[in-house]
Design a binder for this molecule. Structure first.
Ligand SMILES: Cc1cc2nc3c(=O)[nH]c(=O)nc-3n(C[C@H](O)[C@H](O)[C@H](O)COP(=O)(O)O)c2cc1C
Length: 208
């Protein structure tokens, strides 16, 4: 958690592990657009976590889990960038969210502002994965923005329904502002949620 003397920390959770990932490019574009004073970090830990197992989730959790939970808890906001696998978010991302949602009373994700971006092959631009990510994050106790942004890298710009217009970007910003006003928890700094809200449209602007 940052104060006035430390940078705002944005933790990026990437749902694709492959080297030439379009979601990685989307995440990098979002990071490149961030204002000064924001420290963004793409977590490598989701790939190292064991499959969630309640038998492992006791007093002696695996080290990767402890490190990952601490990494999430230290963030001011989280940016989830997800491909779509068989109509939903990939297992690596769901698994990371499951670990960060427990123990329920002190979950690292509790109250965390989250923005969701997604890139996938179909012109729907990972819409189902993005919608599922918002639902899963909500159940996990996080505070995801309901408005998400998708990128369909294989679609021609003229046919990609997800290619944002200036009007849709303005609508996104209005919704983000309404969200932060209505759902803000005072214990989290306002600039954290402003950050995730701004990151997504900037990223898509760069890539389209
Ligand atoms: C197991 C698997 C399932 C997939 N299912 C979908 C899908 O449901 N919808 C879709 O648009 N693309 C699907 N794809 C294609 C991915 O969207 C595409 O490979 C995308 O580039 C993956 O993201 P990445 O480039 O960040 O790795 C699937 C790919 C794999 C490997």
């Amino acid at each position: 958690m940052s104060d006035q003397t430390t940078p705002t920390t944005l933790l990026v959770l990437l749902g694709s592990l492959r080297a030439d990932s379009s979601n990685r490019r989307l995440a990098e574009a979002a990071i490149a657009q961030l204002p000064a004073g924001i420290a963004a970090h793409v977590s490598v830990l989701p790939a190292l976590l064991p499959h969630y197992d309640q038998d492992l989730d006791g007093d002696d959790v695996p080290e990767a889990v402890t490190t990952f939970r601490a990494e999430v808890a230290a963030a001011d906001a989280v940016l989830v960038v997800t491909p779509e696998f068989n109509g939903s978010l990939p297992g690596v991302l769901k698994n990371a969210i499951d670990w960060a949602s427990r123990p329920r009373a002190e979950a690292a994700l509790a109250g965390m502002p989250v923005a969701v971006l997604g890139a996938a092959a179909s012109p729907r631009a990972a819409q189902w994965a993005r919608e599922d990510a918002v639902r899963v994050l909500t159940v996990a106790g996080a505070r995801p923005l309901e408005t998400t942004v998708g990128w369909a890298p294989r679609s021609r710009p003229s046919t990609a329904r997800t290619s944002p217009t200036a009007r849709s970007r303005r609508r996104w910003r209005r919704r983000c502002a309404a969200w932060s006003a209505s759902r803000w928890r005072p214990e989290r700094p306002v600039h954290g949620v402003d950050l995730v809200a701004e990151a997504a449209p900037h990223a898509v602007t760069v890539l389209r």
